[in-house]
Design a protein around this ligand. Structure first.
Ligand code: ZN
Length: 506
């Protein structure tokens, strides 16, 4: 039974979820729009018959009315100047945010998520400014920063904020029971500093600001796509740590310039211990960062990611960035961010040299989140199944394509061993504990997708996934989007499947 106990323990240690958001935000414009306007090109229908020679009224010679014009607004842009002292685990940040109001309505306030303020004594606001107004009214309550705007911000108008703050990072606390405490990723250990959800960001707006409450497990944040320019200056450049990050890096005299576009979130992990391995797939640079003595695991994580990237690019569509970083986390969890993901220390410790283990399996899972969370966003708290069921099913697709002899092992080890129960579409807060939550959202989600695939057939099933990815890339998806695209590819009655797996019927 020792083996079973280990399975359960590792299962508890491992699974984590993820999120979503849009690229260039497209909105229906209000009359005056300061942003650069891009008109949707009009494509006339091709005539079904040869034109007749009768004289047509003048109106028919005029171009037909264009469809409702659309304005494409620039994404939010975050420019961060960061002074970082690795030895005192502290940062001093000047953050400038350029935000275009793509909500379609006038705004009286902005809401920013300030996740570091959930830790006591970590986040200290030095100054907040709306150009050109000094000292606007604001309220910082937990992770929510509400900023009153001096004047209404009309639709499509831009506003620029500056927020100066310091971070004194929390030390990671060991978290033996994930049902009670979620592993702290943000913060530091003796080996590592992790900057995740570390800067204030304007949360998405849809009939209100979307900022969910944190929970004991799983993810609660929702992101729209944004662009990032980060200037990282070390207090001691001569002894600077190695930096794993989202996006692209350029070395400077005092640190690094980091840049990324169309990202949900920008994550960094720093360590003086990292050993780095690189490879490339489809022109994308993959970099794997691990601690010394874990080279075999580092290579395995890199290779699994390389294979997973190739598999998902073919099945869903291209990966959206030029780089992806894989980082050995000094904590017990796997976790995706955009362009970077973590794999638990425990997976490297238990790596057995084969493909049948959590290191390879979760690498396939987290890589998949670059499609379902990174490119196609969702509300991670209200509809976690939208990314987690697909990321879990991706593991099955990864093994099917790369190690088909391991298919049966994967189903039993990952899914059926747990005899999962529950409805796939439960919100994070209704999970009833970490294991019941992952059973319903991840494992039953994978079973639903397997049944759906059997019902549709491979051709229609993969055409659906590709279409869903293409349509929702850069946006935040909902169940309505999922089932709307599915309906285009499905000609069979799946009401029994929906009744079995979902609490709400589409
Ligand atoms: Zn996940």
């Amino acid at each position: 039974m020792k083996k079973l106990t280990l399975f359960v323990l590792i299962g508890i240690i491992t699974l984590s979820g993820c999120t979503s958001g849009p690229g260039l935000i497209t909105v229906t414009p209000a009359p005056a729009s300061p942003g650069p306007a891009t008109q949707t090109p009009f494509e006339p229908e091709s005539p079904s018959e040869a034109p007749t020679l009768t004289l047509e009224p003048l109106a028919s010679l005029l171009p037909p009315p264009s469809p409702t014009p659309q304005v494409t607004l620039p994404r939010p842009r975050y420019q961060l100047q960061v002074g970082l002292n690795y030895d005192t685990q502290s940062l001093s940040v000047k953050e400038i945010v350029h935000y275009n109001n793509a909500t379609g309505q006038a705004l009286n306030e902005l809401v920013l998520a300030v996740v570091p303020n959930l830790w006591v004594g970590t986040f200290r606001l030095e100054k907040i400014q709306i150009y050109e107004l000094l000292e606007p009214e604001y309220k910082l309550d937990g992770q929510r920063l509400t900023l009153q705007l001096p004047d209404q911000l009309p639709p499509n108008a831009e506003i620029t904020l500056q927020i100066d703050y310091t971070l004194n990072l929390p030390a990671h606390s060991p978290n033996p029971d994930p049902n009670t405490f979620r592993p702290d990723i943000f913060g530091y250990t003796v080996n590592q500093m992790n900057l995740v959800d570390w800067y204030p960001f304007i949360v998405p707006y849809e009939n209100g600001w979307i900022l969910n409450d944190p929970w004991f497990y799983g993810e609660h944040l929702v992101y729209d796509l944004a662009d990032f320019e980060i200037e990282l200056n070390f207090s001691n450049p001569a002894n600077a740590p190695i930096v794993a990050s989202s996006g692209e890096q350029e070395i400077t005299a005092t640190g690094l310039k980091l840049r990324a576009e169309r990202m949900r979130t920008f994550a960094l992990s720093l360590s003086r211990e990292y050993q780095v391995s690189e490879t490339e797939v489809n022109g994308i640079l993959l970099r794997a960062y691990a601690f010394p003595l874990f080279n075999a695991g580092n290579q395995a994580a890199l290779e699994a990611t390389r294979r997973a990237m190739a598999t998902y690019s073919e099945l869903f569509g291209p990966y959206q960035h030029k780089t992806l970083s894989i980082v050995q986390g000094d904590f017990n969890d796997g976790m995706e961010y955009d362009g970077l993901y973590f794999l638990s220390n425990a997976f490297y410790n238990l790596y057995d040299g084969t493909e049948r283990n959590y290191l390879v399996m979760v690498a396939a899972h987290e890589t998949c989140h670059m499609w379902w969370f990174g490119a196609v966003g969702n509300n991670q708290a209200s509809e976690p199944w939208l990314d987690e069921s697909l990321a879990t099913y991706c593991e099955r697709l990864f093994y099917e394509k790369n190690y088909p002899e391991a298919n049966d092992w994967w189903w039993s080890y990952r899914v059926t061993f747990y005899a999962p129960e529950g409805k796939v579409d439960i919100p994070l807060y209704d999970g009833g504990g970490f294991t019941p939550y992952t059973n319903a959202t991840y494992r039953r989600g994978a079973l639903f997708l397997e049944d759906l695939r059997a019902r549709l057939g491979d051709e229609a099933f993969f055409a659906f996934l590709k279409d869903y990815y293409t349509q929702m890339n850069g946006k935040r998806s909902t169940r309505a989007d999922f089932f709307r695209v599915l309906a285009k590819h499905n000609t069979t009655d799946i009401s029994d499947l929906l009744a079995e797996y979902f609490s709400q019927q589409p």
